[in-house]
Design a protein around this ligand. Sequence first.
Ligand code: SAM
Ligand code: SF4
Ligand code: SF4
Length: 374
Amino acid sequence: MAERTIPIADMRHVAEVPQVPERTAPPSGLLADRLGRPLRDLRISVTDRCNFRCSYCMPKEVFDGSYQFLPHASLLTFEELARLARVFVAHGVQKIRLTGGEPLLRKHVERLVEMLAELRTVDGRALDLTLTTNATLLAKKARALKDAGLQRVTVSLDALDDAVFRRMNDVDFPVAEVLAGLDAAIDAGLGPIKVNMVVKRGTNDHEIVPMARHFREHYGGGVVLRFIEFMDVGNSNGWRMDHVLPSAQVLERLDAVFPLEPLEPTAPGETAERWRYRDGRGEIGLISSVTQAFCRDCNRARLSTEGKLYLCLFASRGHDLRALLRGGASDEQIAGAIGLIWADRDDRYSELRGSGQAPVASGERKVEMHYIGG
Ligand code: SAM
Ligand code: SF4
Ligand code: SF4
């Protein structure tokens, strides 16, 4: 039976022009929000377009030939993106992830990578610079991305079974080409590679063990497979709780075949819970955004394709940084505005949802995933 999808209203214009403080001071790198959370991780969506139609993200019924993607003029240019990124880094950002839509569809994205690779954190280190991709163009682009300064990539792959995968991407794209892209990324030195599998109960949960087996056995611990709970992001993917397979059950199924033991987190605010195979053949991650909220340490901000800042994956309102950029604001003024926005942040959608409270005010609609990236 076809999934029920819900048409979306155009959310892209729900954004406020940020207030610029009267007095600005250079960013200290010590920004904290209302819950004491620092700003460390910036995800930049470089395009709202994609060549896949994954049902959990851009269902075909909604994102069809009549869907209006953003016109080129409304996208931030690479110069604008790099300028904003510099300001975010001055506020303490240490990690930048390029995403989308499909980021490799943005023409010459490696030029942007080159510009971002020049940035240095507040304490003088190179950024952790990465990109999430469906890998369809990775075989072609891996070398240029590496040469431009990209450190690693995350590849999304929901099944090894070709028929299941073709159905899930809904454009009949074969698994073999994704695996070829992944291999090209390894050859180019874009590791350690993470592979993201969104688990949808009844659709691809039977692929959990085959996926684990494949990445354990063929990559000598060089690929970390992460299982992501199907999330209620956006308004159009027909999300239902009974399509979510809780990570605890993923773990149970895996542990029965390949015994696992827990690992310590490597960084505060890390989204994945890490587990290692007891026989030493690598590790896996569990991302439990539905059953186990991790808002307490959430240090991530998201920048949409047209320069709107979102403080949570489930936000319904953005902050229009493009208006400042194109309105002639100085770097200091933009930094001041971002400082005010972050200082006022109290988003904790998953935590509220988990505790049974209404996480979104009635009448508000959440932003779509392909627009702000994962
Ligand atoms: N197109 C690229 C890709 O798929 O890797 C980058 C953008 S995509 C929005 C980023 C990540 O979000 C992907 O790993 C995707 O599987 C994940 N994602 C999208 N919709 C999701 C949902 N409803 N629940 C959980 N993860 C989702
Ligand atoms: Fe495209 Fe990625 Fe969304 Fe799939 S998850 S539709 S590949 S943006
Ligand atoms: Fe962060 Fe929002 Fe996700 Fe909580 S729900 S972890 S605040 S993005």
